[in-house]
Design a protein around this ligand. Structure first.
Ligand code: FES
Length: 71
């Protein structure tokens, strides 16, 4: 996790996608809109879907814990 390249077409790394999630992205289409990931050939969309799903699964329900998690 971290600096691995996820979107080869647009040179977007995993940490850039994680950063978008921390800033409020909640779907693959949000990631596409906020970053350039997944906006060309689409081969990375499955990986982005997985990153979004994993992130949302870890997101606490408690609003205060959520703020701490997203910082
Ligand atoms: S690898 Fe991400 S759009 Fe092509």
């Amino acid at each position: 996790m971290g600096r691995s390249l996820i979107c080869i077409s647009n040179l977007m790394r995993e940490d850039e996608i994680l950063s978008a999630l921390k800033r409020g992205a909640r779907s693959t289409s949000d990631i596409q809109r906020i970053t350039r990931a997944g906006k060309s050939c689409g081969r990375c969309l499955v990986i982005i879907d997985s990153l979004v799903e994993d992130y949302l699964a870890q997101l606490p329900n408690d609003p205060q814990k959520r703020i701490d998690f997203e910082i």
